[in-house]
Design a protein around this ligand. Sequence first.
Ligand SMILES: Nc1ncnc2c1ncn2[C@@H]1O[C@H](COP(=O)(O)OP(=O)(O)OP(=O)(O)O)[C@@H](O)[C@H]1O
Ligand SMILES: [Mg+2]
Length: 182
Amino acid sequence: MRELSLNVMDVAQNSVRAEATLVRITVKESEKDDSLTIEIADNGCGMTEEQVQQVIDPFFTTRTTRKVGLGVPLFKLSAEQTGGSFDIQSEKNVGTTTTASYVPSHMDMTPLGDINSTIKILIQCNPDIDFVFTHSTDVDSFTLDTRELREILGDVSLDTPDVLEWIAAFLEENTQNIYGGA
Ligand SMILES: Nc1ncnc2c1ncn2[C@@H]1O[C@H](COP(=O)(O)OP(=O)(O)OP(=O)(O)O)[C@@H](O)[C@H]1O
Ligand SMILES: [Mg+2]
């Protein structure tokens, strides 16, 4: 994929389909350490050990009943092709945590892309799910927690245009700050 933010969209959609009520998306960048780590953690239906193996390698078995998905394998490839690593921790009925680590200086690094739009679209399309998005750099970090927004908003839904506009502005402003200010 052209942007890692699209991989994040795909993998977060897996969490939505797994009926998660809370999805944590964490992006940790360090120029100093030449590293970028993306973690997506959900409290959805989870997977068995065998399911995890099949998801990581869609050609693990020739006799599959489910269709072969590519969301997870492509995310894994994007990390490993930079010399980074990939991991899925999952427990049935507890949840799933997917972690991709990158070496940004590698020539096969995919740019992060527009992660803020991914977050905004995820909230817009799933206003009843809570998202906690944390983005950090060597400079600073920030978190958007829809549970906190919900407390302030009361009965107002997160997919209201005014709320989405506020979210977009919050993300943009804080992103500028962690990239060293405008
Ligand atoms: N977070 C998760 N919680 C529970 N099951 C998951 C999770 N992520 C993936 N899975 C399981 O692994 C399968 C494969 O996921 P993957 O994203 O690779 O393909 P897909 O979603 O089926 O298809 P697509 O290519 O459209 O993404 C899913 O269909 C689902 O059964
Ligand atoms: Mg998928």
